[in-house]
Ligand binder design. Structure first.
Ligand code: SAH
Length: 351
């Protein structure tokens, strides 16, 4: 059995399925899902991410967290949650960067939201050097229970890098004032869309993204805390069809070989920010990733690391930093949105 065969049989039975149903199966089907089966990151995988490019990324986000935590009055204990932690690299760098922040490691209760058993294992290994116990959450229902069952008043701090882009989207087309959903059909054994409109005629929505961020934002609005969403995406109106598949570091057909390629869509930052505000939290940004990291002092941190680096390490530090901040690389397309308790109104890194 393969995921393609399962989906083909389902479509034969039920008719065309929504893109969200297709994407959810392709990414997190319990047996055949893309993330469930493998570690997709890095040179030998399909794509690479900011924390895998440079330790500077996680160090800056760690410094941001510690600063927000201090602004909140250095509460102890507190909840620290990362959504979609990949190999655990971002958390590793953030924890290393904050090990001398008095009370921070002692106070944190670490939670990782991760659907993939393979990546949970990688995270366990990466983070085993800290004597911090970790609790994993795998499904939205567990995340909801976790948030709702926090009968204590522990504030929540969170990070999410390239997590929201992996959540299933739906696509709609408006014709003569009538909204139709674009679905996935199967003809002669190949998956295809039910509608093939002009790219820009397509509107996207990502319900799980709004649901998850609202959950965290309403908790933060009540109990305190702050978090960062880092991802690639847009603000200021629809960009049409942004669905993309990446396999072995190259673009692929999103409907071909479900479960074998990473499927993502650009994050609609305005929709995320609106969901967080509706839940009672304050939002900041989105700021361009490059500007955000520069305001946090990434160049000073790189210069400090370079003093003890050999020429090859120095070159890797410089080129890694450039990839993160240069507008033609990740500096502009990638954005950072902060969600905070309304009283925490001056998080670092924003105008
Ligand atoms: N943050 C990491 C990894 C990004 S890849 C980095 O920057 O390197 C996306 C991550 O989100 C992976 O860890 C993946 O397994 C996880 N993920 C994707 N969809 C998920 C879902 N629906 N529920 C929980 N985790 C999910």
């Amino acid at each position: 059995m393969s995921l393609s065969a399962l989906l083909e049989a389902r479509i034969a039975r039920e008719g065309p399925i929504t893109l969200a149903e297709f994407m959810e199966a392709a990414l997190t089907h319990t047996e055949f899902g893309y993330y469930i089966k493998r570690d997709p990151l890095g040179a030998g995988g399909d794509f690479t991410t900011a924390p895998e490019i440079s330790q500077l990324f996680g160090e800056m986000l760690g410094a941001w967290l510690a600063d927000a935590w201090r602004q909140a009055g250095a509460p102890s204990p507190f909840l620290l949650l990362e959504l979609g932690p990949g190999r655990g690299t971002l958390m590793n760098d953030a924890l290393r960067a904050t090990r001398n922040v008095e009370g921070f490691h002692q106070g944190l209760r670490l939670f990782l939201y991760e659907a993939s058993p393979a990546l949970q294992q990688a995270q366990r290994l990466t983070l085993s050097k800290y004597s911090i116990s970790i609790q994993w959450l795998e499904r939205v229902s567990q995340l909801t229970d976790f948030i709702i069952s926090q009968s204590t008043d522990l504030p929540l701090f969170f990070l999410a890098n390239e997590f929201f882009d992996a959540l299933p989207i739906r696509q709609f087309i408006e014709r003569d004032g009538v909204r139709e959903e674009r679905r996935v059909d199967c003809r002669s054994g190949a998956f295809c869309f039910t509608h093939e409109p002009e790219n820009l005629a397509i509107r996207e929505s990502c319900e799980p993204a709004g649901e998850i961020l609202s959950l965290l934002a309403s908790y933060i609005a009540r109990r305190g805390g702050a978090g960062l969403v880092a991802d690639y995406g847009y603000s200021g109106g629809s960009r049409g069809d942004t669905l993309q598949a990446v396999r072995h570091h190259a673009y692929a057909d999103p409907l071909k070989n479900p479960g074998e390629a990473d499927l993502t869509a650009h994050v609609d930052f305005d929709a995320l920010a609106a969901a967080a505000r509706k839940a009672g939290a304050k939002t900041h940004g989105p700021a361009a990733q490059g500007a955000f990291l520069q305001r946090l002092g990434i160049e000073l941190r790189a210069a400090a690391l370079m003093r003890n680096a050999n020429p090859a390490q120095a070159e890797a530090l410089m080129s890694g930093m450039q990839r993160l901040i240069h507008p033609a690389q990740m500096g502009r397309l990638f954005k950072i949105l902060a969600v905070t308790h309304p009283a925490l109104d001056q998080p670092a890194g924003f105008d």
